[in-house]
Ligand binder design. Structure first.
Ligand code: LFR
Length: 490
């Protein structure tokens, strides 16, 4: 029986991982081979991703593989969405990719809508309006006279860019391209008119390919230097959220998901995009999924709030582990103060604790002072925001939503899972926490002809996973607290 090795690179805004998925006789197993940091770097007032450091980390991971005598059958890369790098005519990488939290896009959508109305941008792309979408980044880069754009022959989105560094071959993978707000989700082609209106050339984009497409093999130099050989690189669902949703262990379509990490992405999987007056009004997005599905979802500011507080506490010498944080929240007084996690002030504040305190002060609530009060405020506020978005989703969904699947790192937070179940009054199924890496491996397995579609992937995932189920608990206290949340956040 052949044993297949799939190497998944799953790279997020704060760290990346090389995970090995092994498939033999219908049995799937995973192990982490290497973990490396990723961070936004500021240089002369602009914010970038250090792609060369990432490239080194990928190389190091390949060496770890080679040292352990593991020969991957293929490699797949997924990252966060929207960001991209610029390439010159000869294929040289121009500068560093800008990071989506660079404030250069503040106010960019409003300025762009002077050229193409907001409703038209949404009609053509079905993508929720967010400052940092690639369309607005290109628009601003053009206005800034950003050198790399001026010299660029084309752009490559982050997962494709990293695959290009590894193979020398270029593709534009569909799920990640779908986050750009340039792609039309119905035709699955880029809308030249949107780029022209941004003042950039439509020739920057190449044709999209579907997840599962072979990009190419590792370059000769890399194959030799790392000692791993000419391993093929497959374009998986390059957008991390698409990979995660592929790995939701659902058995039928009547579910909503919450991909919980730095962001909380809450949505449903549909056969067709939903671009209506209502979805426009509530700013829902239609991103591309596997098997031609649509991820109809909304971005909710997720663990970012906590991650940023944690950074401050760490600097002040208070370095809490994740389990310690959950314990602190458990002990804190319930229902004291709430924030709207999506308030723009939380996008990139100099101090997250100050920003939260300011929100509570302005809305006449008790101002958190102790660390445990901040944590409790964040968890409860997130649970309430989940309920708000799930209510909207239930109104729009073409099927009844019977449960919420929470996947990703945040699914390990049992306290928040229970809060969420209590407030949405529906079962919460938690796990896998490694959904993104699993989805990445599963698309590689499909490219190798080992699984047929997402339902077969999900059956396989279910066979080795035992997700925890959280049933709603409590009487009316969550409903009452939700009303208080509404009154301070609307
Ligand atoms: C999650 C994610 C979200 C996307 C945001 C920015 O990691 O990919 O789906 O909206 O990052 O790219």
């Amino acid at each position: 029986m052949k044993k297949y090795n799939f190497l998944a690179f799953d790279i997020g805004a704060t760290s990346g991982r090389a995970v090995l998925g092994t498939l033999a006789g219908g049995k799937f197993e995973m192990q982490e081979l290497h973990r490396f940091p990723n961070a936004i770097m500021e240089l002369h007032g602009k914010y970038y991703w250090n792609i060369y450091q990432l490239y080194d980390a990928l190389k190091e991971s390949l060496m770890v593989c080679a040292r352990r005598q593991i020969v991957p059958d293929s490699i797949g890369i997924d990252t966060w969405g929207v960001d991209f790098g610029y390439l010159a005519k000869d294929g040289s990488l121009l500068g560093l990719p800008r990071a989506y939290r660079d404030p250069y896009t503040d106010g960019a959508p409003e300025a762009y809508f002077q050229r193409v109305p907001r409703s038209e941008v949404y009609r053509l792309t079905g993508i929720q309006i967010m400052n940092f979408n690639s369309l607005f980044q290109l628009f601003r880069a053009g206005q800034e006279g950003f050198g790399p754009l001026e010299a660029a022959e084309e752009i490559l989105f982050m997962p494709d860019l990293l695959s290009y560094l590894l193979t020398g071959k270029k593709v534009c993978e569909y799920t990640d391209a779908s986050t750009s707000q340039i792609l039309n989700p119905v035709t699955k082609k880029f809308e030249a008119s949107l780029l022209q209106a941004a003042g950039v050339s439509p020739s920057l984009m190449r044709e999209v390919v579907m997840p599962g497409t072979l990009v190419g093999e590792l370059t000769d130099a890399l194959a030799k230097e790392t000692g791993i050989g000419k391993v093929p690189v497959v374009a998986v669902a390059g957008h991390d959220t698409a990979s995660a949703v592929a790995a939701v262990p659902a058995q039928d379509k009547e579910f909503a998901y919450l991909s919980s990490g730095t962001w909380s992405l809450m949505g449903i999987e549909t056969e067709e995009p939903i671009i209506t007056e209502e979805s426009f009004r509530h700013n829902f997005t239609n991103e591309g999924g596997i098997d031609g599905t649509t991820r109809f979802l909304k971005n909710i500011t997720g663990m970012w709030l906590l991650e940023q507080c944690r950074k401050e506490w760490e600097k002040a010498g208070r370095d809490y582990s994740y389990p310690a944080i959950v314990k602190m929240a458990e002990r804190a007084t319930p229902f004291r103060s709430f924030v709207n996690p999506d308030d723009p002030r939380f996008a990139n504040p100099a101090s997250m604790t100050e920003a939260i305190a300011g929100y509570c002060r302005e809305t006449g609530q008790p101002v958190p002072a102790e660390d445990d009060e901040f944590i409790r405020c964040i968890f409860e506020s997130l649970a309430f925001r989940y309920k708000e978005v799930l209510t909207l989703l239930s109104e729009i969904a073409p099927f009844p939503i019977r449960k919420l699947h929470v996947i990703g790192g945040g699914s390990m937070n049992n306290l928040l899972n229970q809060f969420t179940a209590n407030v949405i009054n529906m079962p919460v199924v938690a796990g896998p926490s490694e959904a993104t890496a699993i989805g990445n491996c599963m698309v590689q397995a499909r490219a190798a002809g080992l699984v047929a579609d997402r339902w077969e992937m999900r059956r396989m995932i279910n066979s080795f996973l035992s997700p925890s189920v959280f049933q709603p608990e409590g009487s009316g206290e969550w409903e009452e607290a939700f009303r208080k949340y509404k009154s301070v956040t609307s």
